[in-house]
Design a protein around this ligand. Structure first.
Ligand SMILES: [Zn+2]
Ligand SMILES: [Zn+2]
Length: 160
């Protein structure tokens, strides 16, 4: 496999994972089916781990399986697994580190884009219910002012 094909697969896997994670977060985690695990992430929980971490574990199992299958003669799958792993690391740094400060040391948010990402995800956590949440991405976030407006209109909708 040429190096540029390898790099393309890795980059596309990272981008694809953000879209996939957005879809899973919006349509599975916030659905009746997936809320059982995800609710722990929207309410205060005691202890280091929360039930929601099981989603991360599931994704890791998928990546590990792809690595195993990939190493049996499917280098493209292996590269995909590598992209998924990088996404997992970025998620761990951005979502668990920068946003939720779950790491034992403080990570300071620098730069306009990262600050917007943190703010947008805080807005995601403004709802403690399954419905009415905004901003489902982890590495990409839309305009914060627009998200606030959507949050307000969602809130009014659920009230009436
Ligand atoms: Zn959520
Ligand atoms: Zn979160």
């Amino acid at each position: 496999m040429s190096w540029y094909l390898a790099v393309s697969i890795v980059v596309l896997s990272i981008l694809g994972m953000e879209i996939f994670a957005w879809l899973v977060h919006k349509y599975i985690m916030h659905s009746r089916l997936g809320w059982g695990w995800h609710e722990s992430h929207h309410i205060e929980t005691k202890g280091v781990f929360e039930k929601n971490d099981l989603y991360g574990v599931s994704f890791s199992v998928i990546a590990a399986s792809l690595f195993i299958i990939g190493s049996m003669g499917y280098p493209k799958l292996w590269m995909m697994a590598f992209g998924l792993t990088i996404y997992g690391v970025l998620y761990g740094i951005v979502h668990d580190g920068l946003i939720h400060q779950r790491w034992p040391f403080f990570i300071h948010t620098k730069g306009r884009y990262l600050k917007r990402l943190v703010q947008a995800h805080r807005l995601h956590h403004a709802t403690h219910e399954r419905e009415g949440a905004v901003s489902f991405g982890f590495l990409y976030a839309g305009d914060v002012r627009r998200l606030k407006e959507r949050l307000k209109s969602n809130h009014n909708k659920t009230k009436t």
